[in-house]
Write a protein that binds this ligand. Structure first.
Ligand SMILES: Nc1nc2c(ncn2[C@@H]2O[C@H](COP(=O)(O)OP(=O)(O)OP(=O)(O)O)[C@@H](O)[C@H]2O)c(=O)[nH]1
Ligand SMILES: [Zn+2]
Length: 298
């Protein structure tokens, strides 16, 4: 058998119209195509995948940790959740659903509050408290004193190092603006960023990982939190880290923290160690999942 002397390993950094740009560990870039047998094996190579390649052809996709559909990126470590404090008005319900989606996907969230410069002074304390509460849960949370001040950007840059990150956030939350501040060296004008953060309306969609501050960042924003959660109502609490921690003290094993006596989560809400808003959002999600019509398709 012929020996594969030129078999190389690398990571897909960009995909466009059937071409995959692969960077090897020495930093050299190669433009490749997937060999035909990928299609028959139903594996679509994704940006972020570790791959084996040779002479312009991808030969194998190495095992992935996870894979997102939107954006189509594999091996995602982290999501920067851009959350506007105003315009659009902050929604704890939206944030908690975004965090849940990330917990289910096994992606580490980083909460970044945008538009703090538009926040009336009398509301500053409200968000200081909110940020402190999310930090207490264990989420890295950045509440800039001024919008895009050096300290906040430095924190995010440190957070990007050695990871693959995606941006997440509703329309107008400030994702492209934040990306522009994190990577001014990209010198993207606002219009170009909008196309860099492309909306997937094109058939030949380009997805790439940008090298920013010793990390890689997807140039396409993350999945929405409006997707139905494919999670069992009984398991929902395990994706709320502070509920999961408290639940070891619930009287009943398998407590879903709704009507059970001796529930440590409800006790935590009562004594203020668990945010009331988190519990309210949990109940809404719990009821939503319970009321979902069973899906007989498949
Ligand atoms: N005052 C202020 N305006 C901001 C801030 N961040 C973003 N903006 C403005 O808010 C608007 C929306 O920001 P974008 O960065 O385009 O938001 P996006 O999340 O990329 O939005 P989509 O492209 O719709 O998904 C723009 O007019 C920005 O200039 C901020 O921190 N402060
Ligand atoms: Zn309980």
């Amino acid at each position: 058998m012929e020996r594969d002397e030129h078999l190389a390993e690398g990571q897909i950094r960009q995909s466009l119209s059937g071409f995959y740009d692969v960077v090897d560990d020495a930093g050299n870039e190669y433009r490749t195509r997937a060999r035909g047998n990928f299609r028959s094996r139903k594996i679509t190579p994704l940006v972020g995948d570790r791959v084996e390649f040779k002479e312009g052809y991808l030969l194998a996709v190495l095992p992935r940790r996870n894979a997102l559909v939107r954006p189509p990126v594999a091996n995602v470590d982290q999501a920067i959740v851009a959350s506007a404090v105003v315009s659009p008005e902050f929604s704890a319900n939206l944030l908690d659903r975004q965090l849940l989606a990330l917990e289910i996907a096994g992606i580490q969230p980083v909460i970044y509050f945008t538009k703090t410069d538009l926040l009336p002074i009398e509301r500053h304390q409200e968000f200081e408290t909110l940020a402190a509460n999310y930090r207490k849960i264990g989420y890295v949370t950045v509440l800039p004193d001024r919008a895009f001040d050096d300290a906040s950007l430095t924190l995010i840059r440190q957070q990007l190092a050695e990871k693959i990150s995606v941006f997440m956030g509703q329309t107008g939350a400030g994702k492209s603006t934040l990306l522009n501040h994190l990577a001014p060296e990209l010198n993207l004008a606002t219009g170009e960023i909008s196309s860099a953060l492309n909306r997937g309306k094109h058939t030949t969609r380009r997805v790439s990982l940008l090298a920013i501050a010793d990390g890689l960042v997807a140039d396409t924003p993350g999945f929405s939190s409006y997707e139905a959660f494919n999670v069992d109502a009984k398991a929902l609490g395990s994706y709320f880290p502070e509920f999961a921690a408290a639940s070891v003290h619930c009287r009943f094993r398998g407590c879903v923290h709704v009507n059970e006596p001796g529930c440590a989560v409800k006790a935590g809400v009562a004594d203020g160690t668990i945010m009331q808003s988190r519990y309210d959002n949990y109940l809404l999600l719990y009821q939503g999942i319970k009321n979902q019509k069973p899906n007989y398709k498949k």
